[in-house]
Design a binder for this molecule. Structure first.
Ligand code: GAL
Length: 677
């Protein structure tokens, strides 16, 4: 069994847990409470057929376990746990706190979140609780303790799955009880109210506070709130939610010290939880939920970015894809089923990028309730379906991937820096262009590197940069002095840095850095900009190196750097658009506009040469390549997202089929191989 190192700060170093499954974890959310018990027997038999070895159980079942205040009914959960155990299926048992029971919401409506307009959330949904509610906390922890004490020794129990997507529907609360917690958080951070005034620049519109008691959550106002306040409220809200997770975790650790604990993150959701990097310190394994957007033709690239970012948050350790979908979801505008082969490529892409398992939401499609049309493994048509057959084949393939478990994705030489705090700060207040979104450029760059088969890590700006050759800083609007200095130090020591437009603009209080843009990186880049000229939606510009670019231009002046390219069209003709400065033994490049896809590939080619970047393997364009490396083997994942056969020029054993290949492996259209050598 693979050992999983505990990632918690407060744990003695070296604490380990057995991995939650034999080999790759495979399965999904299982809601037996929605079905008659006869169906459970069929479920377990079908799970065995599909190679399922891991289920998330009990996720929304509080109301069916604590049927009235302090009255517990465990029978059904006892029976299904035993049945799953007999069937050889491990259980990630969820504390059911995501969905408070109706009786609790009726007797204590004050536990619910209150929105900006003072409207309290009613019953009928889920996550209708405020993390600052003391009453909710008391009831939740009683439930958690009862559950943990009941199942502490159950042999099916592998992992605690705390609540569900904490912060999804309850990311913000504006109640009076929250206001008290918010003020306490501010007081702990700033000590004096004057320090708050300084940080937020509250002289603006005369919003000067003379006492902490005057500070309120950012409730409904007709004009924008102070961006510094909004950013702090974002951080506070995340800490309040994390506080709830920690409170549950403490109970679980006390009762079952040997069972690992996690909670499912929503790493690509940027509106809910601030800084999963901090949360990651508190879980025993990083577990992430990921859903593709069916209308996005580049959804597999978005998935790759997300998976790399998840690995970055997990500090390179193996992680768990704890939810994704077999096919359609039910919450997009148009919920289209996945194409044949897509669920397999999606699962394998997450695994390639560091996941040691792929679980689906959900096992059996619901017939009632809010998620009736959300796909599952067993569809409304039953197991005689495209999805079930594909899951069955995937389950068989994943059995053969057991040797990959515990291996790590090969170290990349390129880091793309991405911070949630910066992305949040960018979403608050009135910006020079609402067309500029924080994820856009990082994803475009990631896609171009991936197209060239160059491995990339997506990491927070707090990481140690020393192992990288190239550090890319795309639209990193907010940056700390400390991170900016480490990036400069990296260049002085021989590294190559690329900074894009709208980076280094504000400090950690979201206050603009003075002296010209891009404030924190101006000296490193040896340039200075005094005004932005963002482009309108249908505008583009030509550069004199042949590139076409859009979205952004600025009135950049060289202050030591050299222009690699200048605008050839538009109002800024002759103004530098791409610059480079020598810094110590390294370089610092500035990109002042957004290259189109062709230009982005040329840019990546130029950077690859500059920083002597290796490719993952010699392979045809159109393949997604990732290499994981174990103690004595390397595993090359090649996923074909095209309609033609493609080739990898590397031999070895195809782990999925067992076939031996000499010096080349072909990957069928829409298919995947994992070559071990
Ligand atoms: C997730 C959630 C699941 C389910 C799923 C549907 O966000 O954790 O419970 O609702 O979405 O896509």
């Amino acid at each position: 069994m693979t050992e999983l190192v505990s990632r918690s700060h407060d744990q003695p170093a070296g604490r380990t847990f057995p991995w939650i499954a034999e080999g790759m974890a495979f399965g999904g959310d299982y809601s037996p409470e929605q079905w008659a018990e006869e169906v459970w027997v069929e479920d377990v038999a079908l799970m065995q057929r599909a190679g399922v070895n891991s289920v998330n159980l009990g996720v929304f079942s509080w109301g069916l376990l604590e049927v009235a205040d302090g009255v517990f009914e465990w029978g059904w959960l006892d029976r299904i746990l035993d049945l799953l155990h007999e069937g050889g299926i491990g259980v990630n048992l969820s504390t059911p706190t995501a969905a408070p029971p109706i009786w609790l919401l009726q007797t204590h409506p004050e536990i619910a979140t209150v929105d900006e307009n003072g409207v309290r959330t009613g019953q009928g949904g889920r996550l209708a609780w405020s993390p600052s509610s003391a009453t909710f906390r008391r009831y939740a922890l009683r439930m958690v303790r009862a559950l943990a004490e009941r199942y502490r020794d159950h042999p099916a129990l592998r992992l605690w799955h705390v609540s569900n997507e904490i912060g999804n529907e309850n990311s913000r609360c504006y109640s009076d009880e929250t206001a008290v917690a918010w003020r306490a958080w501010l007081e702990a951070k700033y000590t004096t109210v004057d320090a708050v005034n300084d940080s937020w620049g509250s002289a603006f519109w005369g919003h000067h506070y003379t006492s902490f008691t005057q500070i309120e959550p950012p409730r409904f106002a007709r004009a924008s709130h102070n961006p510094g306040l909004l950013l702090d409220f974002d951080r506070f809200s995340s800490d309040a939610l994390l506080g709830h997770y920690l409170a549950e975790r403490e109970v679980l650790r006390e009762v079952t010290p040997d069972i690992p604990v996690t909670t499912n993150f929503m790493i690509m959701s940027f509106t809910q939880v601030d800084d999963y990097g901090r949360w990651a310190e508190e879980v025993d394994v990083v577990a992430n939920d990921h859903y593709t957007i069916s209308s996005d033709p580049l959804r597999h690239s978005e998935l790759s970015f997300s998976a790399d970012r998840t690995r970055g948050i997990a500090k390179g350790d193996p992680w768990l894809l704890i939810e994704h979908s077999t096919s359609a979801v039910n919450w997009q505008t148009v919920n289209r089923a996945k194409e044949p082969g897509e669920l397999t490529r999606n699962s394998l892409a997450h695994i390639a990028r560091g996941a040691d398992g792929a679980l689906f939401f959900q096992w059996r499609m619901s017939t009632a309730g809010a998620e009736q049309f959300h796909s599952g493994i067993v569809t409304h048509a039953g197991a005689d379906s495209k999805v079930f057959r594909e899951v069955e084949a995937l389950g068989a393939a994943l059995k053969n991937l057991a040797p990959v478990v515990g291996s790590r994705v090969e170290s990349a030489r390129v880091a793309i820096l991405f911070d949630h705090d910066s992305a949040s700060a960018q979403s608050f207040g009135r910006m020079p262009s609402t067309l500029l979104t924080p994820q856009d450029l990082p994803k475009r760059l990631h896609r171009a590197f991936a197209a060239r088969h160059i491995a990339v890590d997506v990491v927070p700006s707090t990481v140690d940069l020393s192992g990288y050759s190239l550090v890319v800083v795309p639209t990193l609007y907010l940056v700390s002095d400390e991170a900016a200095e480490r990036i400069a130090e990296f260049a002085r020591g021989g590294g190559h840095v690329v900074v894009s437009y709208f980076s280094g603009i504000v400090d950690e209080s979201s206050r603009v850095r003075e002296g010209g843009y891009p404030g924190a990186f101006r000296d490193l880049l040896q340039i200075r900009t005094d005004e932005f000229f963002p482009l309108f939606e249908d505008e583009s510009v030509e550069l004199d190196n042949g590139w076409t670019a859009d979205l952004w231009t600025e009135s950049l002046e060289l202050r030591g750097a050299t222009a690699l390219a200048s605008y050839r069209s538009g109002e800024r003709q002759g103004v530098p658009a791409l610059t480079r400065a020598s810094v110590g033994t390294g370089t610092a490049t500035y990109l002042a506009s957004r290259p189109d896809d062709d230009a982005m590939l040329q840019f990546v080619d130029e950077l690859a040469e500059l920083a002597s970047l290796p490719v993952i393997a010699d392979a045809d364009a159109g393949l997604e390549l990732v290499r994981r490396v174990g103690a004595d083997a390397s595993f090359l994942f090649a996923l074909n997202h095209t309609a033609g056969t493609l080739t990898v020029r590397e031999g070895g054993t195809d782990l999925i089929t067992g076939e031996e290949h000499g010096s080349t492996v072909t990957v069928p259209a829409g298919g995947a191989v994992v070559v071990m050598r």
